[in-house]
Design a protein around this ligand. Structure first.
Ligand code: NAP
Length: 235
């Protein structure tokens, strides 16, 4: 197989950035996306010469096709983008809800749709969508996040059926303690979550990167919704 290209949507920060870094270390070409063109390019340059930065806002799905026009053949696609959101059903913010539902459930789907003519129709081609354990382990303010992460499960099932031999899987991380969003929380916030894992520790970004690479590459695996949470569900 020749050189592979992996596109990481939401590759400027957190888990997506670590996945991009890992793909570079494997000798692959990488396209990272973020909302701001200059910032995304700067981060791409910092990752190395095999990385291209593309500006993309998937909460505006009708703009995705034009923004991705310059992307060539793709062998791996990771959809990791998220806008941080706190919403509850008692104090429901419709605008925020519509924005985040659109980002994940329409934006992820439209990105796959747009790149279909560039995704090699082969079992070696993998797509990984990011959901999260909030789908079945809600926390205060996770109303929209829990809903869209549940939606990712359904999306994986239908895309895997429709796009075979291309493989489509999802990662559902638990709280990832060393990700920028959670690592920046005040001291003590993570303790409650750590106490809900059997080993008293949270999954790391490295754990999630490793799981993503497995789903991208293992040719026997499709339509899997993989939880990476150090066993949070079992206690
Ligand atoms: N961290 C966790 O503990 C955790 C737990 C469960 C699930 N997850 C899931 O894992 C994925 C990665 O999470 P993370 O914590 O690593 O994220 P993060 O650090 O907050 O990074 C989010 C990424 O999404 C991009 N982004 C934000 N809004 C966007 C938009 N409208 N259109 C396109 N890109 C956009 C950001 O780029 P710019 O800011 O440069 O635009 C950034 O690259 C997410 O899907 C999240 O739901 C994370």
């Amino acid at each position: 197989m020749g050189e592979r290209t992996v596109v990481v949507v939401g590759g400027t920060s957190g888990i997506g950035l670590e996945i991009a870094r890992d793909c570079v270390a494997r000798g692959e070409r990488v396209v990272i996306t973020g909302r701001d063109a200059a910032r995304t390019t700067e981060i791409a340059v910092g990752l190395g010469p095999s990385v291209q930065g593309v500006a993309l806002d998937i909460s505006e799905p009708s703009t995705i096709r034009a923004q991705l026009a310059g992307v060539g053949e793709v062998h791996g696609l990771v959809l990791a983008a998220i806008e941080r959101d706190a919403n509850s059903i008692r104090d429901y913010d419709i605008e925020r809800a519509i924005r985040l539902v659109t980002l994940k459930l329409v934006g992820y789907a439209e990105t796959v749709h747009t790149l279909l003519d560039r995704l090699e129709p082969s079992v070696a081609t993998g797509i990984v969508l990011f959901g999260g354990r909030a789908k079945d382990l809600p926390y205060p303010g996770s109303t929209t996040v829990s809903s869209i992460n549940g939606g990712v499960t359904g999306m994986v099932n239908t895309l895997a059926l429709e796009l075979a031999p291309i493989r489509v899987n999802a990662i559902h991380p638990g709280i990832v303690g060393d990700s920028p969003f959670w690592a920046s929380k005040p001291e003590g916030v993570l303790k409650a979550y750590e106490d809900h894992t059997p080993g008293g520790a949270l999954a790391t970004m490295a754990d999630v990167v490793d799981a993503t690479q497995f789903l991208l590459r293992n040719q026997g695996v499709s339509a899997v919704n993989l939880c990476v949470d150090r066993g949070t569900a079992v206690i």
